[in-house]
Design a protein around this ligand. Structure first.
Ligand code: BTN
Length: 244
């Protein structure tokens, strides 16, 4: 991964560029920018992307059914968490895609896929990591609940070495994804997740589901046990911890 790198000083969104070029690019091509002016988060949210972060998109062509594309979000989250943990920070994963340190978000992942019938043509893994920027560069309404690697470690991080370590780790996890039953990755993900066992409130476009997070399905859906003891699987939504 990362044999071919498209580097930009400023873009609207690396994910948008990656989607435009994906069809004619080899698997593993990376789009990376210093600044995004129209960074996109999940569920239509904006993603603030000033200087000092790592804003990147990786093009993958795994040849999997579309319903399995969300598994790659878990793969990417696991890879980011592993690299941060190697820096002696206690990175945890909040379903489905936030990597957090001490309960504060340091990374978000936006997976976008294009499929023909049910098979994916490509998957774009958009990964945003708050590395060295000053939290004051993030508008106050977005700042709450966020942190940076620099703030957590108390020193400046070399982004190039972080990127190298991350691409190496993502490639290892991607090889496991393609060669092993998905349960291997899911188990590693579950071991780093701080969502399971918590009382959660998940908001989807149509409703709000409250209960205890009891598991994640092989397709990455969160399983919630509700007050009436029935279980529900939620594939996408905004998750809030009710008690911490
Ligand atoms: C989220 O937590 O809502 C997901 C945030 C994903 C941000 C990354 S930064 C690189 C890539 N380009 C984008 O526009 N978004 C993703």
């Amino acid at each position: 991964l990362g044999k071919e790198i498209h580097y930009f000083e400023e873009v609207t969104s690396t994910n948008s560029i990656a989607k435009e070029i994906a069809a004619s690019e080899e698997e593993g091509t990376l789009v990376i920018a210093e600044v995004q002016k129209g960074g996109r988060g999940r569920l239509g949210r904006e993603w603030i992307s000033p200087h000092g972060g790592i804003w990147m998109s990786v093009i993958l062509k795994p040849g999997i059914p579309l319903r399995h594309a969300s598994r790659l979000t878990l793969v990417a989250g696991l890879a980011v968490a592993n690299v941060i943990r190697n820096m002696d920070l206690d990175a945890r994963i909040k379903w489905p895609n936030d990597v957090r340190i001490n309960g504060k978000k340091v990374c978000g992942i936006l997976t976008e896929a294009k499929a023909e019938v049910d098979k994916v043509d490509y998957v774009v893994l958009g990964i945003g990591i708050n590395v060295n920027m000053d939290l004051k560069d993030i508008p106050e309404s977005f700042r709450a609940g966020s942190t940076t690697l620099k703030a957590e470690l108390g020193r400046h991080i070399k982004r190039v070495s972080f990127l190298q370590d991350f691409l190496f780790e993502l490639e290892q996890q991607y090889i496991l994804f393609k060669t092993q039953p998905f349960s291997h990755i899911l188990n590693d993900w579950l071991a780093l997740s701080d969502t399971i066992g918590r009382e959660v409130k998940v908001t989807t476009p149509s409703r709000i589901i409250e209960g205890k997070a009891v598991g994640v399905t092989p397709d990455g859906a969160l399983v919630i046990k509700k007050a009436d003891d029935t279980k529900e699987e939620i594939i996408a939504g905004r998750c809030i911890y009710a008690r911490s």
